[in-house]
Design a protein around this ligand. Structure first.
Ligand code: MLT
Length: 206
């Protein structure tokens, strides 16, 4: 199995949904497990720890400066994470179409990269405080892949233009994108949790 330190909790029902939770810079595999449980009680949880260290802080890929990504590293790390998801699906008997990525900040950015480079490993994504991770050489075809982007109106790291650009790129690839604006900065709020929980519940009910 592709080697990521991780937490795996099986879904309450076999064949149930799986949340792939991806932490922000300086987080670890335990951070967002309670968030996953709040978002979708009973869902399985797969939570890897990013392998890149920036001054001791785990991340999912290298950056050259704040908001300036090492694109070669991002591509490599995205491929590695995609292989980890595929291996975990085989080992724990779940289908990758049942996987919803839930990423915060750096975790949202690698989730965006998965959608653009390896959409085969995800069925949907919830991106909290996401940026445009990269522009792929060829846009993938991800028709009707549901994506929720929940960003902060006052986020000093992610501008409204950047958020709209990410939404536009994913829509051009065919994704069904919803953008939710929160009255907040870069940190997660209660409203993010409620927005995502309701969005996920609507999807499950379809
Ligand atoms: C990133 O590097 O992915 C973004 O700047 C978000 C973060 O601070 O981790």
């Amino acid at each position: 199995m592709s080697d990521f330190i991780h937490v795996f909790q099986p879904p309450a029902e076999p064949g149930g949904p799986i949340l792939l939770v991806l932490h922000g810079t300086g987080g670890n595999e335990h951070d967002l497990v309670p968030l996953a449980e709040m978002l979708m009680p009973g869902a399985g949880v797969l939570s890897p720890r990013g392998k890149v260290l920036e001054r001791g802080m785990p991340r999912f890929f290298r950056r050259l400066a704040e908001g300036v990504f090492d694109i070669e590293d991002l591509k490599l790390r995205t491929a590695e994470l995609a292989d980890f998801i595929t291996d975990a699906a085989a080992q724990h008997h779940f289908a990758t179409r049942d996987v919803t990525a839930v990423g915060f900040s750096n975790g949202a950015n690698i989730a965006g990269a998965l959608l653009l480079l390896r959409p085969d490993v995800l069925g949907a994504a919830v991106l909290f405080r996401a940026m445009v991770p990269l522009i792929p050489d060829t846009l993938p075809k991800i028709p009707s892949t549901p994506v929720l982007i929940s960003n902060g109106k006052m986020d000093p790291l992610v501008s409204a233009e950047e958020t709209e650009r990410l939404g536009a790129i994913l829509r051009s690839a065919g994704a069904e994108v919803a953008v939710a604006w929160q009255n907040s900065g870069h940190d997660l709020t209660e409203r993010d949790v409620t927005t995502a929980r309701e969005w996920l519940a609507r999807r499950q009910a379809r």
